[in-house]
Design a protein around this ligand. Structure first.
Ligand code: IPE
Ligand code: IPE
Ligand code: MG
Length: 259
């Protein structure tokens, strides 16, 4: 990692108060981990091997995110649309994720990482939900770094669930419908309490959002990389962050020097 990047990362972690004007605060990186199938095809191995190597890449990404001093990293592991894949592939992906939850979450919990799963839990197997809820409970007080895993996640589904939660609260008189504002909707989402992603990385060359963090991505910077997800390592992560550092974020306003 370059000295400048480390310096920026450290300052960002401190909350940006002492950051130079040119530094872009970077707290939260969200990643669309795409291209396992094409990685496998290019090597003449099964898609299953591609997904297996994808888990290794996810482990590396979590490590690098912590090294960079990010407060949050979100990994898109399984979308609400991924159920449309063949049964054997869905079963395999579920098996890999279950193993990741069993083996890795406990270890990450011990290392002080807060773990949170975002996505719809209603339709997931009960024992799997129990596994992730246990990890969430055990790590709820960890503050250093939060790993959010988007699992059975769809941005539209999350917004629908949030809208229906608010509607129920309004109907019961718990909240005033006129008081529903952006903050109220933000707090009704699965990501409640997490900062919006500053940077969204997608591997595999596709340039689309595929129903990921639709609300939260309003002002995110996007970096699209050509490499397939299993080839994503520390160097690729750092290169994406360096691209982000060169961006100019305006949030609809304009820079002082343009006045
Ligand atoms: C990403 O790789 C993994 C998931 C979406 C679960 P893909 O399986 O989508 O790989 P490609 O896009 O077909 O190459
Ligand atoms: C997005 O990848 C979902 C995940 C990475 C989990 P997909 O491969 O499912 O997205 P599309 O179908 O190319 O849009
Ligand atoms: Mg894909």
């Amino acid at each position: 990692m370059s000295a400048t990047l480390r310096k920026h990362a450290g300052r960002m972690f401190a909350g940006g108060t002492e950051a130079p004007e040119t530094a872009r605060p970077l707290r939260h990186v969200a990643i669309i981990m795409d291209g396992n199938g094409r990685w496998a095809k290019a090597r003449g191995v099964s898609r299953l091997e591609g997904h297996q190597q994808g888990v290794e890449a996810a482990r590396r990404a979590v490590e690098t995110a912590r090294e960079l001093g990010l407060t949050h990293v979100t990994l898109y592991s399984f979308s609400t649309e991924n159920w449309n894949r063949p049964d054997w592939e869905v079963r395999h992906l579920m098996g890999l994720l279950r193993r990741f939850f069993e083996d890795d979450l406990a270890k990450l919990a011990d290392e002080g990482v807060r773990v949170r799963i975002i996505g719809d839990r209603q339709t997931l197997p009960r024992d799997l939900v129990a596994l992730v809820e246990d990890a969430e409970r055990r790590t709820a007080d960890n503050t250093g770094h939060t790993l959010q895993i988007a699992f059975n996640y769809g941005g539209r589904d999350e917004l629908v669930r949030a809208a229906s939660k608010l509607a129920a609260q309004a109907a019961s008189g718990e909240i005033d419908p006129a008081a529903i504002d952006e903050a109220a909707l933000t707090d009704a989402l699965d990501t409640k309490g997490a900062p919006d992603p500053d940077l969204i990385i997608r591997t595999s060359g596709e340039q689309r959002i595929s129903n990921f963090l639709l609300w939260q991505a309003a002002y995110a910077e996007f970096v699209f990389l050509d490499c397939f997800w299993p080839d994503f390592g520390r160097d690729e992560f750092i290169a994406a962050v360096e691209q982000y550092q060169r961006r100019e974020r305006r949030y609809g306003g304009r820079l002082e020097e343009d006045a």
